[in-house]
Every structure is written in structure tokens, then in C-alpha cells.
Design a binder for this molecule. Structure first.
Ligand code: PEP
Ligand code: MN
Length: 333
């Protein structure tokens, strides 16, 4: 981090600031020019409040020269992280297809969808049990009973399962869940992230509706700072001024994140587009962008789905999508 001091700062004022920084365990390199003095802060600057430093009377400007995320940073961990769940691996050249309904609705529904997506080649089954809905009057999910049905589908098909957590008080219910999803709305629920960091469970962390990639990485850092390094990042579209799609799929997030971090990066084209007919083209594009996996919502009867029917694919549509994605992946190597 670099702090540029205002013209006219006295040596005493500079020394006072240097001592203030030293109390934060930072060494300071002072470079005195004819016009301005520049301080180079050496040490762990991730705890420095840039705004506070910048607001000091004698400070003209402050600039970060290294990223505040350390454990997620590729600079300090050049090799790709590979997250393993059951037989499925994600990252480091391994690709996983996650598929299943937005919400678990009944035993018949989840078993039917699980069997179908497995037959088409999906590696992991998804299904929401705790649903973060915009309206409190909308279907909120089957909660604990939904997780039980997912576990039945896991037993019937052998597919590992992923489902979303909304509140840490329900963590016990996730004991046999293979990947815990943190949804877009909870990306910055820091208490939740910290508690999940104390577990060893793989976590799929979705990008918030209006969050930058740096903020996504800082949220991953919250989980990692507590000891859990099994994190998969997921781009699921962000809010823009565009209204033709539910969100705007920021596919450049995939190569950008691959450069910044060693963590695997998945894409969810279902929530990004909100429309079933747009899901396959964007899944194909996600595969081409180098994603380590894709998550697709599939329902046995989309028109009757209790949640996100408009963006859900039928099993037959998913089968066609998966073939296209595989073809793209083969073309890339
Ligand atoms: C979901 O995957 O079911 C979901 C709610 O996604 P998001 O958090 O991305 O909206
Ligand atoms: Mn959904």
C-alpha cells in the first residue's frame, strides 16, 4: 500500500504517521521527493482501513498495490485447487455438471429428476430445501424434509448432493450433504461464512447480485480464514440495467477469476438468464470460457414447478445441453 502525503507535511507529522503505522505492525519506506513524500507500507496491509488513512489531515491519497485477499490469491498458491465430492472433481482441469430442480418438491419429483440427470451424465444433484424467496408468501422450500428427500435421491442414484444453507442454526441437517451452497443473497453474510469456514465441507459460494469479483474473493477469504479451503466460486449473473434477462451473465468473470485465484469457478446460466431457451446457449458459452463446472436447473414438469419454472429445463432439454457442453469441452483440448 502506498500513501502520498500532502505538500507541506512536516518531518514531525510524517514521523507521527510512521509511528501510527508501526503500531499496526507495518514497516514504512519513506521516499522524499522535491514536491511530495510517498510512504510505502510494508507488511500485512489487509487490516489497514484505507478510508481512515486517506482521511488523515496530511494524507493526499492511498493506493493498494497488492490484493487484500491472501489465501484465495493465486500469487501465493499457483496451483489450481481441486475440490472432490464423491467421484466428482471440480477444478484443475476437472469439470463437473450439477443438475436438478430449483427446489425439492416431493419424493417422486426429486427421484425422477435425479435419475434422469444421472442418465444424461450429470455428476452432482442439486435441489433447494431452504429457499431464499423475494416474497415471504412464495414457497419457502421443504426445509429439513427436503434434505431427507435429497439424501434418498443420493442413495437411489449414487450422485453427491448440493443444497443451500440460509442460517447456520440448521447446519446439523447438512451433515450428509456433499456441498453446501451459499446463495447470492448470502454472499456477504459474514457470520455465516465464518461458521462455514469452521467446517470441512465443500462450499459453493455464489456471487451476489451486485457484488464485484473482488468482493466475491473477500467472501471466499472469510471462509478460508477459518480453515476451510474447499471452496468453489459460482458466477450466476449480476444486476444491470438490462431487463430482457433475469440477470446479466458476466462470463468474463471466469477467466478473470482464474487469473486472480486458484479456486474452481462454476457458472449458473439458469439464474443468470431466467429463461429456459437461453440456458443452453449460455451453458455452451460458459464451457467455452473455461468454467470448471456448470449448474443447471432441471424439472420433470417445469410448468408446474413451485419455483423458477420459467428457467427450468426438461430432462430431455438437459440431455441435449449436456451433449453440447461436452462437445465444446472436447473441442477446447
Ligand atoms: C439457487 O441456486 O437456487 C439460488 C437461489 O440461486 P442464487 O442464490 O444464485 O439466486
Ligand atoms: Mn432457482
Amino acid at each position: 500500500m502506498i500513501a502520498v502525503l500532502k505538500h507541506g507535511t512536516t518531518p514531525e507529522q510524517t514521523q507521527y504517521l510512521v509511528q501510527w503505522l508501526a503500531r499496526m505492525n507495518l514497516d514504512v519506506h519513506i521516499s522524499e521527493g522535491a514536491e511530495v513524500t510517498v510512504l510505502g507500507l510494508i507488511g500485512d496491509t489487509s487490516r489497514v482501513d484505507m478510508e481512515l488513512l486517506g482521511s488523515l489531515e496530511i494524507v493526499d491519497s492511498v493506493k493498494r498495490v497488492s490484493e487484500p485477499f491472501k489465501q484465495a490469491n493465486r500469487k501465493f498458491h499457483p496451483n489450481d485447487t481441486v475440490v472432490q465430492v464423491g467421484d466428482a472433481k471440480i477444478g484443475g482441469g476437472n469439470f463437473a455438471m450439477i443438475a436438478g430442480p430449483c427446489s425439492v418438491e416431493s419424493e417422486e419429483q426429486i427421484i425422477e429428476v435425479a435419475t434422469a440427470v444421472k442418465a444424461s451424465g450429470a455428476h452432482i444433484l442439486r435441489g433447494g430445501a431452504f429457499k431464499p424467496r423475494t416474497s415471504p408468501y412464495a414457497f419457502q422450500g421443504m426445509k429439513g424434509d427436503g434434505i431427507k428427500l435429497l439424501l434418498e435421491a443420493k442413495k437411489a442414484t449414487g450422485l453427491p448432493i448440493i443444497t443451500e444453507i440460509m442460517n447456520i442454526s440448521t447446519l446439523d441437517l447438512f451433515e450428509d450433504v456433499d456441498i453446501i451452497q451459499v446463495g447470492a443473497r448470502n454472499m456477504q453474510n459474514f457470520d455465516l461464512l465464518k461458521e462455514l469456514g469452521k467446517t470441512k465441507k465443500p462450499i459453493l459460494l455464489k456471487r451476489g447480485l451486485a457484488n464485484t469479483l473482488q468482493e466475491l474473493l473477500m467472501s471466499a477469504e472469510y471462509i478460508m480464514s477459518e480453515g476451510n479451503e474447499n471452496i468453489i466460486l459460482c458466477e450466476r449473473g449480476i444486476r444491470t440495467f438490462e431487463t430482457c434477462t433475469r440477470n446479466t451473465l458476466d462470463l468474463s468473470a471466469v477467466p478473470v477469476l482464474h487469473e486472480l485465484t486458484h479456486l474452481p469457478v462454476m457458472v449458473d446460466p439458469s439464474h443468470a438468464t431466467g429463461k429456459a431457451k437461453l440456458v443452453a446457449p449460455m451453458a455452451v458459452a460458459a464451457a467455452a470460457s473455461g468454467a470448471d463446472g456448470i449448474m443447471i436447473e432441471v424439472h420433470n414438469n417445469p410448468s408446474c414447478a413451485l419455483c423458477d419454472g420459467a428457467q427450468s429445463l426438461t430432462p430431455a432439454q438437459f440431455d441435449a445441453l449436456n451433449k453440447k457442453v461436452n462437445a465444446v469441452r472436447e473441442a477446447l483440448v
